[in-house]
Design a protein around this ligand. Structure first.
Ligand code: PLP
Length: 349
């Protein structure tokens, strides 16, 4: 396979939508129009209650777990696994032999743990010291084994890779790097459901956003959204990728013209505190005509407070897109239609 093929992202988003529509706990996440600073209206897509996990990541890893189990089932029986079969004893006994391993800044691990538990498989999640303790508690409650690995996110990623190699468990990462791209693309395929929900809503109302702010860690969410928006939205908005100043690896990659690290202090936007981009996500963003914006720690904290006061309780990571919008407002040219959309990507712990 050529290098370019490995980085290609052509998600089967209809498959992901069909998968979730068959899940009992799936519902379209709410969206509302709010009045922001300076009285501007904006759309807020609220992912804070998504499928009982409290973050959009509930759409990524559980879907990838199901696809991986489907592949294992096909390899064993030659049959295609339909969602209706997931509860059957023969499928569950195959799932019980599977362990999914990942590193996480919090929410991806919850997705892996929930997805594994749903099908009857095991999960083991590597957390860096910077991850809040309550994520570990929530992971354990979902039946995951938690391993504290390293001081920073990168070190927990290395530990998860080594774990999978040593134990034969399946590595289910949300980042991509040379030689490891396919499974994270399925995670991103799951996130495409958010863009499809939004498209359906905007098609119905005709009230399309002019700007979409996408907060990024490794870039999986932003890339899935950007890909879908450029693919099939009737009205094309400006796309702004938002990263903490302390971890602006996608912006650094854009400036370098190749995937690049961006080192810095720990960020209080912990779920966005990724110093190395997903190479697939970065490549997608580069072809989607996005701009990159960074957010200071103070602006991230202020955005979380302001959004919580507006009625959607969230964190600096969850409100980062809104934070970028607030800092950009003074520069928005008057006379142009301006109806931004932000995604509130997680609730408070
Ligand atoms: C709440 C929240 N927002 C945004 C992101 C960024 O997603 P990605 O790492 O795919 O860029 C994450 C990732 O963990 C997250 O948990």
């Amino acid at each position: 396979m050529k290098h370019t093929d490995i980085l290609e992202f052509a998600p089967d988003f209809q498959r992901a939508s069909a998968f979730f529509k068959a899940q009992e706990n799936y519902a379209v996440s709410p969206m509302q129009q709010l009045q922001g600073p300076d009285g501007h209206s904006f759309w807020a897509k609220d992912e804070t209650t998504r499928m009982g996990l409290g973050a959009f990541k509930a759409l990524g890893a559980p879907y990838a777990v199901a696809r991986l189990l489907g592949e294992a089932w096909f390899a064993k029986t030659g049959e295609t696994l339909t969602p209706a079969r997931f509860k059957d004893a023969d499928v569950r006994s195959l799932a019980q032999t599977q362990t999914f391993v990942c590193a996480s800044a919090g929410n991806h691990g919850l997705g892996v743990a929930a997805g594994a538990r749903e099908v009857g498989a095991k999960s083991r999640i590597h957390l860096a010291r910077t991850v809040p303790e309550n994520f570990a508690e929530r992971l354990c409650a979902l039946g995951a084994e938690v391993v504290w690995s390293g001081d920073v996110y990168d070190e927990s990623v290395a530990a998860a890779i080594a774990d999978a190699k040593r134990t034969g468990a399946t590595l289910l990462a949300d980042g991509t790097w040379p030689g490891y791209t396919e499974i994270p693309k399925w995670v991103m395929e799951g996130y495409c459901v958010i863009a499809e929900e939004l498209r359906a809503s905007f098609e119905a109302s005709g009230n399309w956003p002019t700007h979409v702010y996408l907060q990024a860690g490794v870039g999986g969410l932003a890339a899935a959204m950007a890909h879908m928006i450029r693919l099939n939205w009737t009205a094309q908005p400006d796309l702004i990728v938002v990263e903490p100043e302390a971890a602006a690896c996608l912006k650094a990659s854009h400036e370098a013209g190749k995937a690049a690290r961006s080192d810095g202090p720990d960020s209080n936007m912990g779920r966005l505190d990724c110093k190395e981009p997903s190479i697939v996500a970065w490549r997608v963003l580069e072809r989607c005509n996005v701009t990159y914006q960074t957010l200071s720690e103070e602006d991230g904290a202020a955005a979380a407070k302001a959004m919580t006061e507006l009625g959607i309780a969230t964190t600096p990571s969850g409100a980062a897109g809104f934070g970028a919008l607030c800092t950009q407002l003074p520069d928005i040219a008057t006379g142009r239609d301006f109806l931004p959309l932000v995604i509130i990507s997680e609730g408070p712990a």
